[in-house]
Design a binder for this molecule. Structure first.
Ligand code: SF4
Length: 260
Protein backbone atom coordinates (compact mmCIF):
# COMPACT_ATOMS: atom_id res chain seq x y z
CA UNK A 1 0.00 0.00 0.00
CA UNK A 2 1.48 3.41 -0.92
CA UNK A 3 2.48 5.53 2.01
CA UNK A 4 0.15 8.48 2.51
CA UNK A 5 1.73 11.95 2.67
CA UNK A 6 2.49 12.85 6.27
CA UNK A 7 0.33 15.69 7.60
CA UNK A 8 2.26 18.62 9.10
CA UNK A 9 2.31 18.25 12.89
CA UNK A 10 -0.01 20.62 14.73
CA UNK A 11 2.14 22.26 17.36
CA UNK A 12 1.03 24.54 20.20
CA UNK A 13 2.47 27.43 18.17
CA UNK A 14 0.44 26.61 15.06
CA UNK A 15 -2.69 26.07 17.16
CA UNK A 16 -2.21 29.53 18.71
CA UNK A 17 -1.70 31.02 15.22
CA UNK A 18 -4.89 29.37 13.95
CA UNK A 19 -6.83 30.71 16.93
CA UNK A 20 -5.47 34.22 16.28
CA UNK A 21 -6.40 34.01 12.58
CA UNK A 22 -9.90 32.83 13.47
CA UNK A 23 -10.33 35.81 15.82
CA UNK A 24 -9.12 38.17 13.10
CA UNK A 25 -11.66 36.84 10.61
CA UNK A 26 -14.43 37.04 13.19
CA UNK A 27 -13.64 40.73 13.62
CA UNK A 28 -13.26 41.38 9.88
CA UNK A 29 -16.54 39.55 9.21
CA UNK A 30 -18.33 41.56 11.91
CA UNK A 31 -17.13 44.81 10.38
CA UNK A 32 -18.23 43.83 6.85
CA UNK A 33 -21.01 41.23 7.15
CA UNK A 34 -21.64 40.96 3.41
CA UNK A 35 -18.43 41.49 1.54
CA UNK A 36 -18.58 41.31 -2.24
CA UNK A 37 -16.53 42.30 -5.21
CA UNK A 38 -16.62 45.94 -6.23
CA UNK A 39 -16.47 44.96 -9.90
CA UNK A 40 -19.82 45.27 -11.68
CA UNK A 41 -20.91 42.22 -13.68
CA UNK A 42 -24.17 40.82 -14.94
CA UNK A 43 -23.28 37.17 -15.57
CA UNK A 44 -20.29 34.81 -15.22
CA UNK A 45 -19.00 35.79 -18.69
CA UNK A 46 -19.04 39.48 -17.77
CA UNK A 47 -17.24 38.61 -14.52
CA UNK A 48 -14.44 36.83 -16.41
CA UNK A 49 -14.08 39.86 -18.70
CA UNK A 50 -14.20 42.37 -15.82
CA UNK A 51 -11.59 40.51 -13.76
CA UNK A 52 -9.33 40.08 -16.79
CA UNK A 53 -9.59 43.83 -17.43
CA UNK A 54 -8.85 44.70 -13.81
CA UNK A 55 -5.15 43.77 -13.94
CA UNK A 56 -3.20 46.94 -13.15
CA UNK A 57 -6.42 48.98 -13.13
CA UNK A 58 -8.86 50.09 -10.45
CA UNK A 59 -12.29 48.50 -10.08
CA UNK A 60 -13.84 51.97 -10.45
CA UNK A 61 -12.02 52.49 -13.77
CA UNK A 62 -13.03 49.04 -15.02
CA UNK A 63 -16.69 49.60 -14.04
CA UNK A 64 -16.78 52.86 -15.97
CA UNK A 65 -15.59 51.12 -19.12
CA UNK A 66 -17.60 47.91 -18.81
CA UNK A 67 -20.93 49.67 -18.23
CA UNK A 68 -21.19 50.45 -21.94
CA UNK A 69 -19.25 47.37 -23.06
CA UNK A 70 -21.63 44.93 -21.36
CA UNK A 71 -24.64 46.81 -22.76
CA UNK A 72 -23.24 46.17 -26.22
CA UNK A 73 -22.00 42.63 -25.55
CA UNK A 74 -22.88 40.45 -22.55
CA UNK A 75 -22.19 37.06 -24.17
CA UNK A 76 -19.17 35.58 -25.94
CA UNK A 77 -21.12 35.54 -29.22
CA UNK A 78 -21.96 39.24 -29.01
CA UNK A 79 -18.38 40.05 -28.00
CA UNK A 80 -17.02 38.25 -31.06
CA UNK A 81 -19.57 40.06 -33.24
CA UNK A 82 -18.40 43.37 -31.76
CA UNK A 83 -14.83 42.73 -32.90
CA UNK A 84 -11.45 43.80 -31.57
CA UNK A 85 -11.55 47.44 -32.73
CA UNK A 86 -14.85 48.19 -31.02
CA UNK A 87 -13.87 46.32 -27.84
CA UNK A 88 -10.72 48.44 -27.78
CA UNK A 89 -12.76 51.63 -28.09
CA UNK A 90 -14.94 50.67 -25.12
CA UNK A 91 -11.98 49.93 -22.86
CA UNK A 92 -9.42 52.50 -24.00
CA UNK A 93 -9.52 54.29 -20.62
CA UNK A 94 -8.05 51.18 -18.95
CA UNK A 95 -4.32 50.46 -18.78
CA UNK A 96 -2.94 47.91 -21.27
CA UNK A 97 -6.19 48.18 -23.24
CA UNK A 98 -4.77 47.07 -26.58
CA UNK A 99 -3.60 43.74 -25.24
CA UNK A 100 -6.71 43.35 -23.08
CA UNK A 101 -9.00 43.89 -26.12
CA UNK A 102 -7.15 41.11 -27.95
CA UNK A 103 -7.57 38.80 -24.95
CA UNK A 104 -11.29 39.55 -24.50
CA UNK A 105 -11.91 38.67 -28.13
CA UNK A 106 -9.74 35.54 -27.98
CA UNK A 107 -11.26 34.27 -24.73
CA UNK A 108 -14.76 34.81 -26.17
CA UNK A 109 -13.81 32.81 -29.26
CA UNK A 110 -12.41 30.01 -27.12
CA UNK A 111 -15.50 29.90 -24.91
CA UNK A 112 -17.64 29.44 -28.02
CA UNK A 113 -15.33 26.91 -29.68
CA UNK A 114 -14.60 24.74 -26.65
CA UNK A 115 -17.18 25.36 -23.94
CA UNK A 116 -20.44 25.97 -25.80
CA UNK A 117 -20.32 29.67 -24.94
CA UNK A 118 -20.47 28.90 -21.19
CA UNK A 119 -17.91 29.82 -18.54
CA UNK A 120 -16.35 26.52 -17.37
CA UNK A 121 -16.34 25.65 -13.66
CA UNK A 122 -12.80 24.35 -13.55
CA UNK A 123 -9.56 26.06 -12.67
CA UNK A 124 -7.67 24.32 -15.46
CA UNK A 125 -10.21 25.31 -18.11
CA UNK A 126 -10.42 28.89 -16.85
CA UNK A 127 -6.64 29.28 -16.80
CA UNK A 128 -6.49 28.07 -20.40
CA UNK A 129 -8.43 31.16 -21.51
CA UNK A 130 -6.33 34.03 -22.94
CA UNK A 131 -5.69 36.72 -20.32
CA UNK A 132 -6.95 34.55 -17.44
CA UNK A 133 -4.44 33.60 -14.78
CA UNK A 134 -4.70 31.90 -11.40
CA UNK A 135 -5.99 35.02 -9.64
CA UNK A 136 -8.80 35.60 -12.17
CA UNK A 137 -9.73 31.90 -12.09
CA UNK A 138 -9.95 32.01 -8.28
CA UNK A 139 -12.18 35.10 -8.34
CA UNK A 140 -14.51 33.52 -10.93
CA UNK A 141 -14.70 30.18 -9.10
CA UNK A 142 -15.49 32.01 -5.86
CA UNK A 143 -17.90 34.69 -7.14
CA UNK A 144 -19.71 32.87 -9.93
CA UNK A 145 -19.67 29.33 -8.58
CA UNK A 146 -19.50 29.78 -4.81
CA UNK A 147 -16.28 27.82 -4.37
CA UNK A 148 -13.95 28.47 -1.44
CA UNK A 149 -11.02 29.72 -3.49
CA UNK A 150 -8.89 32.60 -2.27
CA UNK A 151 -7.57 34.98 -4.92
CA UNK A 152 -4.37 36.79 -3.97
CA UNK A 153 -4.04 40.27 -5.41
CA UNK A 154 -1.73 43.04 -4.25
CA UNK A 155 -3.97 43.90 -1.24
CA UNK A 156 -4.37 40.31 -0.07
CA UNK A 157 -0.63 39.76 -0.47
CA UNK A 158 0.25 42.81 1.62
CA UNK A 159 -2.32 42.22 4.39
CA UNK A 160 -1.47 38.51 4.68
CA UNK A 161 2.20 39.36 5.16
CA UNK A 162 1.79 42.34 7.49
CA UNK A 163 -0.64 40.61 9.79
CA UNK A 164 1.30 37.37 9.68
CA UNK A 165 -1.92 35.51 8.72
CA UNK A 166 -0.14 33.79 5.82
CA UNK A 167 3.30 35.18 5.08
CA UNK A 168 4.79 34.34 1.70
CA UNK A 169 7.28 35.56 -0.86
CA UNK A 170 4.89 35.29 -3.79
CA UNK A 171 1.10 35.14 -4.35
CA UNK A 172 1.02 31.34 -4.65
CA UNK A 173 2.80 30.86 -1.30
CA UNK A 174 0.34 33.26 0.32
CA UNK A 175 -2.66 31.56 -1.31
CA UNK A 176 -1.58 28.11 -0.10
CA UNK A 177 -0.87 29.51 3.36
CA UNK A 178 -4.33 31.09 3.51
CA UNK A 179 -5.94 27.85 2.40
CA UNK A 180 -4.22 26.07 5.28
CA UNK A 181 -4.97 28.56 8.02
CA UNK A 182 -8.33 30.24 7.22
CA UNK A 183 -11.17 28.43 9.00
CA UNK A 184 -13.58 26.74 6.60
CA UNK A 185 -16.52 28.94 7.60
CA UNK A 186 -14.59 32.07 6.51
CA UNK A 187 -13.04 30.71 3.33
CA UNK A 188 -15.71 31.89 0.91
CA UNK A 189 -15.49 35.51 2.09
CA UNK A 190 -11.77 35.51 2.96
CA UNK A 191 -10.43 37.18 -0.14
CA UNK A 192 -13.12 39.86 -0.03
CA UNK A 193 -12.39 40.67 3.61
CA UNK A 194 -8.67 40.84 2.95
CA UNK A 195 -9.03 42.90 -0.26
CA UNK A 196 -11.39 45.42 1.33
CA UNK A 197 -9.26 45.62 4.46
CA UNK A 198 -6.19 46.28 2.32
CA UNK A 199 -7.96 48.78 0.11
CA UNK A 200 -9.50 50.92 2.85
CA UNK A 201 -7.63 50.30 6.11
CA UNK A 202 -4.36 48.45 5.77
CA UNK A 203 -3.32 50.59 2.80
CA UNK A 204 0.15 50.36 1.30
CA UNK A 205 1.44 53.70 2.57
CA UNK A 206 0.65 54.55 6.19
CA UNK A 207 -1.81 51.79 7.12
CA UNK A 208 -4.69 53.17 9.19
CA UNK A 209 -3.87 51.11 12.28
CA UNK A 210 -5.81 53.55 14.48
CA UNK A 211 -9.03 52.56 12.63
CA UNK A 212 -8.26 48.86 12.31
CA UNK A 213 -10.52 46.26 13.95
CA UNK A 214 -7.71 43.70 14.15
CA UNK A 215 -5.00 46.05 15.47
CA UNK A 216 -4.78 44.24 18.83
CA UNK A 217 -4.03 40.96 17.06
CA UNK A 218 -1.70 42.32 14.39
CA UNK A 219 2.05 42.14 15.04
CA UNK A 220 2.91 44.93 12.57
CA UNK A 221 4.97 47.71 14.19
CA UNK A 222 5.12 50.63 14.45
CA UNK A 223 1.36 51.07 14.37
CA UNK A 224 0.22 54.26 12.64
CA UNK A 225 -1.24 56.71 15.22
CA UNK A 226 -4.41 58.75 14.53
CA UNK A 227 -3.85 61.84 12.36
CA UNK A 228 -2.43 64.68 14.45
CA UNK A 229 -1.39 62.38 17.27
CA UNK A 230 1.83 61.16 15.77
CA UNK A 231 5.17 62.19 17.18
CA UNK A 232 6.82 64.87 15.03
CA UNK A 233 9.63 63.62 12.87
CA UNK A 234 13.00 63.85 14.61
CA UNK A 235 14.51 66.49 12.33
CA UNK A 236 11.36 68.59 11.87
CA UNK A 237 10.35 71.69 13.78
CA UNK A 238 6.80 72.90 14.43
CA UNK A 239 6.47 74.07 10.83
CA UNK A 240 7.65 70.77 9.47
CA UNK A 241 10.82 72.38 8.18
CA UNK A 242 14.05 70.65 9.02
CA UNK A 243 15.70 72.05 12.12
CA UNK A 244 19.41 72.81 12.05
CA UNK A 245 21.27 70.55 14.46
CA UNK A 246 22.23 72.27 17.72
CA UNK A 247 25.86 73.39 18.02
CA UNK A 248 27.76 71.34 20.57
CA UNK A 249 28.17 73.23 23.85
CA UNK A 250 31.51 75.04 24.18
CA UNK A 251 34.02 73.10 26.17
CA UNK A 252 34.68 74.62 29.57
CA UNK A 253 37.82 74.07 31.51
CA UNK A 254 37.31 72.08 34.71
CA UNK A 255 37.42 74.40 37.73
CA UNK A 256 40.65 74.24 39.67
CA UNK A 257 40.34 72.64 43.08
CA UNK A 258 40.86 75.10 45.90
CA UNK A 259 43.71 74.11 48.16
CA UNK A 260 42.42 72.81 51.46
S1 SF4 B 1 -2.89 47.09 12.65
FE1 SF4 B 1 -2.13 48.31 10.94
S2 SF4 B 1 -0.73 46.95 9.84
FE2 SF4 B 1 -1.99 45.65 11.17
S3 SF4 B 1 -3.71 45.03 9.87
FE3 SF4 B 1 -4.36 46.83 10.96
S4 SF4 B 1 -3.90 48.52 9.56
FE4 SF4 B 1 -2.73 46.74 8.86
Amino acid sequence: MPKSAAKPRRTAKSAAHEARVEQMFELLADSRPEPKTELDYINPFALVVAVALSAQATDVGVNKATKALFKAADTPEKMVALGEDKIRDFIKTIGLYRNKAKNVLALSQKLIAEYGGEVPRSREALESLPGVGRKTANVVLNEAFGEHTIAVDTHVFRVSNRTGIAPGKNPLQVELGLERVVPERFKHGAHHWLILHGRYVCVAQKPRCYACVIADLCPFEPKTPPPGEGKPAKAAGKTGKPVAPKKPAAKTKPAKKKPA
